[in-house]
Design a protein around this ligand. Structure first.
Ligand code: ZN
Length: 382
């Protein structure tokens, strides 16, 4: 049977940047599974250009453990790669290529381990889930979750193999990404008071976001399990205005909140929206009735904080040895699995220090550690 390294070489060769189709990779996985006698199901996007893959082995019924990963990778555009991103290059114990760490290395180890799981009778079902469009807001996995929630064979525990250097991780922050469009009224800048300056009103909203951010950073709200230990808000993109002698009619800015699992991004957004509605819009409309402030959600996913005493956390402890569980700064599909009633923890080969960067790599040592981790899981399940 092929090793995890050999399978990883095959997986890296598929360009599954989120904007591309992932079907060639999914087809490869489906054929690999069917060669082992494992049937799998695909859940397509509406355009049928991408799919989630789901498979299970072992006894029928609910419960068991799901191994989950995303098939898509972030773009290599504009990055200074010194090795080909979509071909595996081995150098000094490291395997280079886009997605080696985030997170085809884990998927390769899972696939390589399946013959072991098949070789012995399992006392619990083993579920495999491979999603699409994780990197663009955890979009693809949602249809899989809807389907699993309705299924009588829903798993009890989900292990997500995002890169943590095989350290146990029980949580991460949630994220809400928003766009705000401010529509004012243009006029010659010499008559500025007759217009509604969209940039100036956008600036007031951004200032308000800053205030909200300071409140969120208050010491009494800190949770030391996260870095930084509080929810953060930031504006990342802004555009507006055409010329200095025209009062700008439109201004758009994008902002995000990275929320502790205990903080509700909807509440923060509500505070900003009531400021817009109750304080700014009346001022704007006093000058021009057509003024508007629109908010649009760009993406969101919930945070994750699994109880260390839960069965999922205890299983992870068993698989990882005595390592202290921690949290990570990046997001995963974990909060969505958790919200669907599947207790979720995170552990996978490689490091996010290398993820999303040029010359991304995973070390052979990390792949071997993941192979051994899966062998322990197989032992526990059989
Ligand atoms: Zn990832």
């Amino acid at each position: 049977m092929p090793s995890s390294r050999e399978i990883l070489a095959d997986l890296i060769a598929f360009d599954t940047t989120s904007r591309e189709s992932n079907l060639a990779l999914i087809d490869y996985v489906q054929r690999y599974l069917s060669d082992l006698g494992i049937s799998s199901q695909l859940l397509f996007n509406p355009e049928r250009s991408k799919a989630n893959l789901y498979a299970r082995l072992g006894p029928a019924g609910a419960g068991g453990v799901m191994l989950s990963g995303h098939s898509d990778v972030v773009p290599v555009d504009g990055q200074a790669w010194t090795v080909p991103p979509f071909a595996l290059t081995q150098q000094q114990g490291r395997l280079y290529g886009r997605g080696t760490a985030d997170m085809k290395g884990f998927i390769a180890c899972v696939l390589a381990s399946l013959p072991q799981f098949l070789a012995q009778p399992l006392r619990l079902p083993l579920h495999i889930a491979i999603s699409y469009d994780e990197e663009v807001g955890c979009l693809g996995v949602r249809s899989l979750l809807e389907w699993l929630e309705a299924s009588p064979e829903r798993p009890a525990i989900c292990l997500i193999g995002e890169p943590t250097q095989m350290q146990p991780v029980l949580g991460h922050k949630g994220k809400l990404a928003m766009r705000c469009d401010v529509h004012g009224a243009a006029c010659h800048s010499a008559y500025a008071p007759q217009g509604v300056n969209a940039i100036e009103y956008a600036a007031k909203l951004i200032g308000k976001l800053g205030e909200i951010g300071s409140q969120l950073a208050a010491v009494e709200r800190h949770d030391g399990r996260f870095d930084p230990p509080y929810s953060t808000v930031q504006t990342g993109v802004i555009s507006g205005g055409r010329a200095l002698n025209i009062v700008p009619e439109h201004c758009r800015f994008d902002f995000e909140m990275r929320a502790l699992p205990a903080d509700d991004p909807a509440q923060v957004l509500g505070e900003l929206q009531s400021y817009a509605r109750d304080e700014l819009l009346p001022q704007m409309r006093a000058v021009n009735q057509a003024s508007q402030i629109h908010f649009t959600e760009l993406s969101s996913y919930p945070g994750l904080l699994t109880d260390p005493r839960s069965a999922a956390a205890q299983l992870l402890k068993l698989l990882c040895g005595d390592a202290q569980a921690s949290t990570v700064a990046f997001g995963t599909e974990g909060g969505l699995f958790d919200a669907a009633g599947i207790a979720t923890v995170i552990c996978g080969p490689g490091s996010m220090e290398q993820g999303h960067k040029p010359d991304e790599y995973v070390s052979l040592t990390q792949l071997a550690a993941c192979d051994a981790w899966l062998e322990r899981l197989c032992g526990w399940m059989s």
